[in-house]
Design a protein around this ligand. Sequence first.
Ligand code: PA5
Length: 449
Amino acid sequence: MTAIKLNEKLLEPDLIAQADALDPIEHLEALREKSCLGAEFTGWWDYPQQHGFALEQEIQTYIRDLDVTYDLVLVVGIGGSYLGTRAVTEALLHSYQGLVKSHQPLIAFAGHHISETQLIEVIEMLDKRLPIVNIISKSGTTTEPGVAFRILRSYLENRFGKEEAARRIVCTTDANAGALRQVAREEGYKTFSIPDDVGGRFSVLTAVGLVPLALLKLDTKAMLEGASRIFQELSGDVTQHPVLRYAALRSAAYRSGKAIELLSTNNPKLTYIVEWWKQLFGESEGKEGKGLFPAGMVFTTDLHSLGQYVQEGERRFFETFLSFENDRPRRNGVEQQLRVPTLAAKGDGLTYLEGRPLNEINNAAMQGTMLAHTDGKVPSIGLQWPVLNEYNLGSLFAFFETACAISAGMLAVNAFDQPGVEAYKQNLFALLGKPGSEALRAKLKERMS
Ligand code: PA5
């Protein structure tokens, strides 16, 4: 029995019937048997059991043997090389981590854009800290993290000297190929490998996510256990599972004319889970003129900006409400709760809420929104995990990765490539004058003149 709850009570019978008619199991089998499109990139399936737990031990040994003190982990990476880590840290760490007293190292990110201002601010912040820099790039040739890492390496070398700087750097990249592997060899940096058969957006449960999260002292073993549980549940003779149902429902919605899937949450700490999910589905399904466009909403904030459109604008949405039954924070093992205080002055009109937990109000807003969107002809389902912790985030990653592979199978696209991302990259290289791109450069310059 899985702990994940999929609620489809509010769907119209038509959509349910269309989903019932689909066969997601066929695509799960193709994934398990490695006969699906892009099968050479399905190494993430059952990765925890096959390699993850052993790798986790190796990472703990590296951390135990580290001979530098650190109070900040800087992750340098883009797309699948940083979004999973960011999703976990935003969900589980204190939102004002740097401002409250904590024994946990801080986390910061760079290399996911080319903004000069932001990188300058990162460097100013590093000045106040003792950082470990984890550069993560599967290809080892991506421009954004590559440029940021060059700047950060120089910063570390100027501040700590070459030898200590090297001990403060850990590289996660391809086992053999790519410029980052080459640099790591030349400079003697510690490295962890990203398996050949795991693409960026499916890599959070490999060294890509495990190294930084373990450096932050998060429970990476529990995360692997949560993921492993999903892979186990989906092995063998499975006929029903929320993963299969979710894939079928979103595919049915797409076939019935919906163009956008909204992943909505009422917990702002899940904003980067939504970002991770957007990349996963966007890069995996959006090809050959097909696929639901993955978008996200964070409630109740976005109800006061996008809510009007979702309720009454074009009817092109399918909506999935993501929640955790218990997402209250714990401090020193004690669950925290806020209630609306009882006051003598009643002028604010909130007497009816006195003594009630904020969570109850938030959940009522979520339910009210789900009902309102259903009435506004937005088919809505709920997906709920029990407690917001490492174990269930591992489960969530495995859940959506598998659902995405199955959904892409039903669309008949290869979930594991991203040919479209090359278009901007080639233009960028040409415009910056990368050797070998002279002809394209001339064409682009002419078009822009
Ligand atoms: O899913 C993917 O493969 C991409 O989004 C990559 O994660 C992203 O482009 C970063 O690539 P790399 O890790 O090679 O720097």
